[in-house]
Design a protein around this ligand. Sequence first.
Ligand code: USQ
Length: 391
Amino acid sequence: MFAAERIVVVGGDGFCGWPTALDQSARGADVLIIDDFSRRKIDAELGTSSLTPITSIAERVAAWQSTTGRSIRVTELDISTSADWLESVLSDFRPDAVLHFGEQRSAPYSMLSAETSRYTFRRNTIGTYNLLTAIKNTASDAHLVHIGSIGVYGYSTKPWTMPEGYLRVTVPASVAPNDIHEIMHPFEPVSSYHLTKSMDAQMFEFYARTFGLRITDLHQGIVWGSQTVLTIGAPALVNRFDYDAIYGTVVNRFILQAAVGQDLTVYGTGEQTRAFIHIADIVECIDLALRNSPRRGDRVLVRNQVSESMCVADVAKIVADATGAGISCVDNPRIENTSNSLRVDADSYRALGLVARTIGPETVRDEHRIAAQFAHRADRDVILPKSALRS
Ligand code: USQ
């Protein structure tokens, strides 16, 4: 039994969207990818490219068809500028679920310049708004699953474990004695990217409460790893592996640095604690989220899509021990707290049976093997940050 029969994957050509599109197609769903290929265009703008040689979307879906006999349809469309077209696509396809991966997903990119900050804001906020109105205006009962970020709550140390979306608070006695409420956990974004994810959450609350849209918001940690069992099924299916200073996230950057014989660059103290999840667990999580959807009239269902929390220095030590690489502490190019702790409640997926991978010697060595296979393609000029990130 599949989680949904007809699934739209917005951003289905991207890092998380592509393996998820394959996974849902393999499970039997009829998948339609909507993508404007902006991620590929940003590669060209930044002068970077994936470590792994990704093929065009046409080659990707043709390879999928020839290896599995299953077809995935593709529509090129920018959801932030083509609202009417988006509505007509949803109206024709009548999806049971819409997976929303179609946002500019790099916090550092949003901090690169005033223009990249404006672009991120425009694209993410208006894109999400257009998607919500398209679902509402087509009277669709589609379950919207959005990739959010655990970073919306900021990285100051909190004296509690980060709950899944909602915080129980006691209203001061002078206002309402002994009155306990559950409120949306306050946001504390640390970049304009995280600001857009916080605004998405407010829009979701409005559309769920006012129009009964069924929405799951996944507060995802930093993704590491690059491939799933399906993306390594044929060379043309390979998923992207970003390692540059803007789109590469910390674990994969460390693994790539180890593969090319560079020291691992720990920014600042290394005491920044972050939450992590492996790409192969993301596709499992999305399937679980699809199978366990909210009902019409429910509040937004928030799940923390996180397998563990760890500080950057500890991540570096695990990668260094597993690969023999050295470690260098460098000036931090970002404005961020020098040190924080972070405890995240990820019970909802655990209750659904998820057993997630963790960052350890074996899992790091698996990814290191992939990085080593393509290390000859690495451009050393894009690994180190070129400027401070402050917008
Ligand atoms: N860092 C290093 N060395 C490096 C690269 C990064 O020490 O070579 C440090 C950074 O200073 C930071 C931490 O590692 O403290 C994480 O950086 P990152 O680049 O892996 O992740 P970040 O940019 O903070 O955010 C990323 C994505 C964003 C996603 C977020 C998940 O840009 O799309 O949503 O991870 S989270 O913020 O946890 O919700």
